[in-house]
Design a protein around this ligand. Structure first.
Ligand code: ACO
Length: 383
């Protein structure tokens, strides 16, 4: 057996997928056959989800039926609401993880992978919106079946109907981040479902992987850095200090892309509308300035690495423009990516193959058992 160790699995190809393809050198992303910029600004989230699940766009009747199926699954049980009420002081991603797990409360033994996937995708926005309102002292808002997925999410968060521009921008965001090859959370979902475990377990595990700052937890801190910088002349000293402390700049660098992440451009185009004038225009100019300074200093700091802007930097800009606070950025990423997790889980189930990589044992082999009374701490070791 080949025992070359690749701890980040960077060179390992562990799945064939028709869902999304990335060219990290060219900066290209294909979603089920569509170049990202061809799909994301035009489709609704439901159309993109249907595309991933069925490998084609729906016709009008199919889309209506699919939207109705999703809308019927948006409600969450009382006990889940009570759990979110008790979880008011936990991190929002932890609240989503706990809430997603509690979807099992009203699942039926007859629910197959598709029914569970539909339930998860439909209910994620309801869980996030309820968790967020409860921690801000507001009662959860019940979902409205007459609204699309994106519009209903904003409605449940704010209690008021969103503008068409906000809905279009959110659909564009949800389409942009729905799937991205074998990223860490998607791989997690595939590993879990490969044991023939259930779909809810797969998406719950994936939330845990998405939460980390090296994956989906970056956009909040990216925006925080812009606010900390505050004005253009502060950008260089603040970023230099962070790099000198050995910190990573959130929103920059990527495992696959060696050039600018194509999702950044799609999100930047969608965001422009919200930053046309006044204080918002000044914030937009600051964001662009911070990006340029960061890229320059990253190149100076690690000239051998090609560190470019990733999706999270412009996620922060777009979601802020739509009016979402920073603690909703990562949960909103999950509201989209659950579509990709479920589609990958279907693909993985079809392979009927358990994912189980090998490891190399590097420990000793000749230890001799000593009864507890005879053990002593070796010199140089702490007890
Ligand atoms: N800021 C400063 N230095 C960086 C950054 C960064 N954003 N990204 C990479 N580097 C440096 C690191 O110092 C690292 O050097 P080290 O080995 O001395 O620590 C070197 O470049 C190589 O980085 P890797 O860890 O090999 O890059 P990897 O491919 O594993 O990581 C990652 C990619 C995790 C995204 C990294 O670039 C990073 O931490 N970025 C900041 C967090 C972020 O934006 N996350 C969102 C990613 S997008 C997404 O998942 C949706």
């Amino acid at each position: 057996m080949n025992m070359n160790i690749d701890p980040g699995l960077q060179e390992v190809v562990a799945a064939a997928t028709r869902l999304s393809g990335i060219d990290g050198e060219a900066g290209e992303l294909i979603i089920a056959g569509f170049p990202l910029a061809e799909l994301a600004p035009h489709a609704t989230f439901e159309e993109t989800l249907y595309l991933l699940w069925h490998d084609r766009l729906p016709d009008a009747a199919e889309l209506r039926a699919f939207q109705a199926e999703l809308a019927a699954q948006r409600g969450i049980p009382e006990a889940l609401c009570a759990l979110l009420q008790a979880a008011q002081r936990t991190d929002m991603m932890d609240a989503l993880r706990m809430g997603a797990s509690a979807l099992s409360l009203d699942m039926q033994a007859t629910d197959d992978a598709r029914a569970s996937a539909l339930r998860a995708v439909a209910a994620f926005p309801t869980i996030v919106a309820a968790a967020w309102r409860l921690r801000h002292g507001q009662a959860p808002v019940s979902p409205r079946a007459d609204l699309g997925h994106a519009a209903n999410y904003l409605y449940m968060l704010n209690g008021t109907s969103p503008t068409p521009a906000q809905v279009r921008a959110l659909d564009t965001y949800l389409n942009t981040v729905i799937d991205h090859g074998l990223n860490a959370s998607t791989f997690t979902a595939r590993v879990i479902i490969s044991t023939q475990s259930d779909m809810i377990s797969a998406v719950v595990g994936a939330i845990g992987a998405l939460k980390g700052p090296l994956h989906g937890g970056a956009p909040g801190p990216a925006l925080d850095m812009v606010f900390e910088i505050g004005k253009p002349e502060n950008a260089e000293p603040v970023i230099r200090q962070r790099l000198a402390r050995g910190e990573r700049l959130m929103g920059f660098g990527h495992r696959v892309y060696r050039v600018r992440d194509p999702r950044a451009d799609v999100l930047n185009d969608a965001a422009a509308l919200f930053f046309a004038d006044g204080a918002q225009a000044a914030l937009y100019a600051l964001v662009r300035h911070v990006e340029q300074v960061a890229l320059h200093l990253l190149h100076e700091h690690r000239p051998e690495r090609r560190l470019a802007t990733n999706v999270e930097f412009y996620t922060a800009l777009l979601l802020h423009g739509i009016g979402l606070p920073a603690d909703l950025f990562s949960p909103t990423f999950a509201v989209s990516r659950v579509g990709g997790w479920t589609a990958h889980a279907f693909e993985q189930l079809a392979t009927r193959r358990l994912i189980r990589p090998a490891s190399v044992y590097t420990g000793p082999r000749d230890r001799v058992w000593q009864p507890l009374a005879q053990r002593s701490t070796a010199p140089g070791q702490t007890a």
